[in-house]
Ligand binder design. Structure first.
Ligand code: PMP
Ligand code: GLU
Length: 379
């Protein structure tokens, strides 16, 4: 725990909430969370489960009904052949990530991470006692990873690689080429692959989401992480899952049995309904897409800013070249001088220098006002 950091995204979100509570004029884009409410049908299913007294412990891996629904989803939507005993339902994707890291990493192991990356990867690796090995990607190249970049970081102790597509924070969606290079790489070096697919439904401009678990040659070495926080706007419900071979799941299940025990029972019942909310998810995606363009067009009109269009997820990850300021200095200046709360790119590790992450899961008026304030500040 001494080596791990706190989560900068969670901490900055809390800061924004506190500032608002104190009546301070702040526009907060720090949180990575849908601004939609959970679909009505999901809420009704949870209320009904509570009334029915489905309020007891479930089996640690999750209810059979939900695990069966996840198995069907993985097959129909991702081409992943999972079985019930390869699924563990967790209170959010985060505990599934943590279970994978604690289960398969130990002292001396190295875990590679494509950066900029979700900060909890690094902390989880360090909490497991292993070494964090960043593979820095470049803003100028659209954060594309190549086989050479991976090979440059591999050692005899490389045990695992973590990837996230669509990526938080960069918005990059792995191409077919990258997916195959990564698959070949982990196979050749006998590594495990943790594939964080929590943003799979939020993908734009006709791009396609590809799941590593669907590639037969490597499916037994992949732990897929997913959940309903983003696709069904269910962050506060705490519902996620891991999908892997039953052999890997058996190990991870020990973590679940000894820590959280099980995911809240009525959340699990409601989750079954959430898997049938494709129309709502699509409406949310359309709305994020409109706001992506709003923010990108607005920011790109400011000479100091270069804002690529996110290929997926709901973050603008843009570069500011202004007075040679670092990402941290830029984020501080935005807060102090413009009342705009964002996350500095370097909170996501190497590759985020001079960059800012701004969630566009925010109302249009706030996004427009933030652009106006930034235009004024950087004029
Ligand atoms: N992975 C990534 C990349 C995320 O952005 C998030 C959301 N904070 C998570 C995992 C965890 O999501 P949750 O625990 O809410 O399912
Ligand atoms: N997905 C969010 C983010 O990246 C929530 C915070 C977290 O889970 O760390 O901001």
């Amino acid at each position: 725990m001494k080596r791990a950091g706190g989560s900068p995204t969670v901490a900055l979100n809390a800061k924004g909430i506190r500032m608002k509570e104190e009546g301070i004029d702040v526009l907060s884009f720090a949180a990575g969370e849908p601004d939609f409410d959970t679909p009505e049908a999901v809420k009704a299913a949870a209320a009904e489960a509570i009334r029915r007294n489905d309020t007891h412990y479930t089996s640690a891996a999750g209810t059979i009904a939900l695990r069966r629904r996840i198995v069907r989803k993985l097959w129909e939507e991702n081409g992943i052949r999972a079985s019930e005993d390869g699924i563990i339902v967790t209170p959010g994707a985060k505990p599934a990530l943590y279970a994978a890291l604690m289960s398969f990493l130990e002292e001396g192991d190295e875990c590679m991470v494509l950066t900029p990356a979700y900060p909890s990867y690094r902390s989880g690796i360090l909490m497991a006692g292993a070494e964090y090995v960043p593979v820095p990607l470049r803003f100028e190249d659209g954060f594309v990873v190549t086989r050479e970049m991976l090979e440059a970081k591999v050692t005899a102790r490389s045990k695992m690689l973590i990837v996230c597509s669509p990526c938080n924070p960069t918005g990059h969606v792995l191409t077919k080429r990258e997916v195959h290079d990564i698959a070949d790489f982990v196979l050749e070096h006998d590594m495990l692959l943790v594939s964080d697919e929590i943003y799979e439904k939020l993908i734009y401009d006709g791009r396609e989401h590809l799941s590593f678990g669907a590639i037969p040659e490597i499916s037994d070495r992949v732990v897929t992480l997913n959940g309903l926080s983003k696709s069904a706007a269910m962050t506060g419900w705490r519902i996620g899952y891991s999908a892997s071979s039953p052999e890997l799941a058996r190990v991870m299940l020990k973590m679940q049995q000894n820590t959280v025990n099980c995911t809240a029972s009525f959340t699990q019942f409601a989750a079954i309904t959430a898997f049938d909310c494709a129309a709502e998810t699509e409406r949310m995606r359309q709305s994020y897409l409109e706001r992506r363009d709003l923010i990108c067009d607005g920011l790109n009109a400011i000479p100091a800013i270069t804002c690529p269009r996110a290929e997926g997820a709901f973050y603008a990850f843009f570069r500011i070249d202004w007075r040679d300021m670092s990402a941290g200095e830029l984020a501080d200046t935005l807060l102090d001088k413009a009342g705009v709360l964002v996350v500095p790119g370097t909170a996501f590790g190497e590759g985020g220098e001079k960059c800012i992450r701004m969630s566009f899961a925010a109302d249009r008026a706030s996004l427009q006002e933030a652009v106006r304030r930034m235009r004024e500040l950087f004029a």
